[in-house]
Design a protein around this ligand. Structure first.
Ligand code: NAD
Length: 243
């Protein structure tokens, strides 16, 4: 697995949430390799400090469900980078289980993090993004938000369906100044999916995705290569949904 850097994000100032681990951490590293200045946000202070040190970014600590902490963290990220051109919302959680197994508090927590948390970060970043010459937002949704698979992940699927629709709505609201898109990965072995990722045989491509393969799709939507693309939900799922 290889990535050939090409300065695709030179000069850009980018905030990545959920950047302490998994896809977010990989994305922050890829964006640094492509020449961007990056701030990494996560609720896990030790993880985000290690991730930021590894890629040469600026760590900020906040739980995306705490709007006051988000405002503070976004302000300090913008101060560290001298503004913000792009936002990638990767912070997310999953609470698999059948309806009887997932109580209302757990369901609400999934919506709070995956949907309302993304919205809170977008709101906090908006003045900075509006001040940028052109700006992008990329939301990490999921193939589950397009076509739910399996019998027991309803809270997660609902939160990601909501995030896809939020993306489409804000793409219209923020046009033409800010492009807003979502990425819909299939299974990616990370901490979130540990112990239940399987071997990916259900996908047309017969394997799971790597974090880098998802990060490269995020790079496409955050960069100028996608200059006429807004409001989409891009599947990166090895041919599961065919959307
Ligand atoms: P991960 O668990 O490896 O990383 C998620 C990161 O988000 C962690 O560092 C965690 O601390 C952080 N986070 C969680 N809740 C937070 C909160 N309230 N505030 C701030 N930070 C918080 O997960 P991942 O697999 O890298 O997933 C990243 C995104 O991609 C998520 O939105 C996830 O739903 C989505 N996604 C993942 C897969 C997959 O198979 N792994 C598939 C489709 C979509």
């Amino acid at each position: 697995e290889e990535h050939r850097p090409n300065a695709r994000l030179a000069g850009r100032r980018i905030l990545v949430t959920g950047a302490g681990a998994g896809i977010g951490r990989c994305t922050a590293g890829l964006f640094r390799a492509e020449g961007a200045a990056v701030a990494l946000l996560d609720r896990d202070a030790a993880a985000v400090e290690a991730a930021a040190a590894a890629c040469g970014g600026a760590p900020v600590v906040a739980d995306v469900t705490d709007a006051v902490a988000v405002d503070r963290a976004v302000a300090s990220a913008a101060a560290a980078l001298g503004g913000l051109d792009d936002l990638v919302n990767c912070a997310g959680i999953s609470r698999p289980g059948r309806v009887e197994e997932v109580d209302i508090a757990a369901f609400r927590q999934v919506i709070e993090v995956n949907l309302i948390g993304a919205h809170a970060v977008i709101r906090a970043c908006l003045p900075h993004l509006r001040a940028a010459p052109w700006a992008t937002i990329v939301n990490l949704a999921s193939g589950q938000g397009l076509v739910p698979a399996g019998p027991s992940n309803a809270a997660y699927a609902a939160s990601k369906g909501g995030l896809i629709t939020l993306t489409r709505s804000l793409a219209q609201e923020f046009a033409p100044l800010i492009r807003v898109n979502s990425v819909c990965p299939g299974m990616v072995p990370t901490g979130m999916t540990a112990g239940r990722s399987g071997d990916g045989r259900q996908y047309a491509l017969k394997r799971n995705a790597t974090p880098l393969e998802v990060a490269q799709a995020i790079l496409f939507l955050a960069g100028t290569d996608s200059a006429f693309v807004t409001g989409i939900a891009l599947p990166v799922d090895g041919g599961r949904t065919f959307h």
